[in-house]
Design a binder for this molecule. Structure first.
Ligand SMILES: Nc1ncnc2c1ncn2[C@@H]1O[C@H](COP(=O)(O)OP(=O)(O)OP(=O)(O)O)[C@@H](O)[C@H]1O
Ligand SMILES: [Mg+2]
Length: 361
């Protein structure tokens, strides 16, 4: 039995190794930026005070987080909150002012030029909002570009590029030029180009914000599908809350360079850390985010026949349909075991946000 426990431990440790590990990260723009993180008086000033006193902007202020293997990690916040600066610091497209960054345990700030190049080309590929395609090259050659830089032979890179082009749904368009594509198709090329180098992690800086809503939804579904099929780690910047909730396994919500809350969509919507977050998520339809695991009355149903069975991570909106149809409570099931029961009262409490108050009584 002890070996079983050990092997489970080893597996957990492996799958829990963060891809990125960020600790105490600062990026300050302006004169003598280096002194600010180290100076307790200056570093505790509000952004406006700091600007008046020193002429500096602290775009990222003392941020720490891990990006876990296989997750979609969303960085969300209003314009100017520091999202792009933070994500660019991860591969030192912007030089951090202070703090540590590791990828797979390797110190990114200690990397020399060639190691950094390798990091950006092979390990952490970026997808930008404005595609950055080469206008005179075909779709296929744009996708193959990163492989060409890597020194892969022509036949091999064309084969690989064709595979990825098909994967993002652009089959048949290989020979077109970017100008002959719609915005959504161009972004698919951008995505394919990043995927072609088979990076360990994909970094997206608001890739879909220039797309119209229907195409944007298509692309979001594409990301969800790629993630589900390949389990690739992704860091995704957005200022759009519904996009964040849809894509994120976890969300870091930024304000003025700081992370004000880091949690699952359910944690952020269900237990906002402060008034700012509460205001931010106020209009989110809770039934589409909260799960039946939160809504249920915990405990085995004791073998009572419940016509409905729901997975523990099903959202409340799904449960409402099941309960409404059967007019009976439903079991919440995980690994074939009943974890608890949801009835209409429980579900309505979650929709209304009154379940927490009840728990507290
Ligand atoms: N090169 C720079 N020099 C000085 N200040 C900068 C520089 N780049 C960014 N900033 C400032 O840092 C802050 C964070 O900018 P950043 O671009 O990271 O925000 P963002 O959250 O990505 O915003 P958006 O949603 O508009 O893209 C802003 O106040 C911005 O003006
Ligand atoms: Mg930005």
């Amino acid at each position: 039995m002890s070996t079983d426990v050990m092997s489970v431990d080893v597996m957990n440790t492996e799958s829990n190794t963060p891809v990125f590990s960020v600790d105490g990260l600062w990026k300050v723009f302006g004169p003598k930026a280096d002194r600010i993180p180290a100076d307790p008086e200056l570093s505790s000033l509000t952004p406006a005070e700091l600007r008046t006193r020193t002429g500096c902007t602290a775009a990222v202020r003392d941020v720490s987080f891990d990006v876990r293997k296989g997750e979609v990690f969303v960085v969300m916040g209003l314009s100017g909150s520091g999202k792009s600066t933070l994500v660019r610091c991860l591969t030192r497209l912007i030089e951090p002012t202070a703090g540590t960054i590791a990828i797979d345990g390797e110190d990114v700030r200690a990397m020399d030029k060639s190691r950094l190049r390798e990091l950006r080309r092979h390990r952490a590929a970026m997808v930008f909002q404005h595609f950055g395609l080469l206008p005179h090259r075909t779709v296929l050659d744009n996708v193959a570009y990163g492989l060409e830089i890597q020194g892969m032979g022509k036949a091999e890179r064309r084969r690989r590029a064709a595979e990825v082009v098909a994967k993002v749904g652009l089959e048949g368009m290989e020979q077109r030029k970017p100008a002959q594509l719609s915005g959504g198709q161009r972004q698919r090329v951008g995505l394919a180009r990043a995927l072609a180098v088979d990076p360990q992690v994909l970094l997206f800086d608001e890739p879909f914000s220039a797309l119209d809503p229907l195409i944007r939804r298509d692309m979001q579904e594409e990301v969800v599908r790629l993630h589900r099929e390949e389990g690739r780690t992704m860091v995704f910047i957005t200022h759009d809350l519904s996009e964040a909730l849809k894509l994120g396994d976890r969300i870091a919500l930024m304000r003025d360079g700081q992370v004000v809350q880091l949690g699952t969509p359910e944690e952020i919507v269900g237990s906002p850390a402060d008034d700012y977050v509460r205001e931010f998520v106020r209009d989110v339809p809770r039934e589409q985010v909260m799960t039946v695991r939160t809504a249920m009355r915990a405990g085995d149903c004791g073998g009572i026949e419940h016509p409905g069975a729901l997975a523990a991570d099903a959202v409340v909106a799904e449960a409402i349909k099941v309960v409404a149809r059967s007019r009976k409570a439903a079991c919440v099931v995980e690994n074939g075991r009943c974890l608890g029961v949801v009835d209409h009262e429980r579900l309505l409490d979650v929709v209304a946000g009154t379940e927490l108050r009840k728990e507290a009584v």
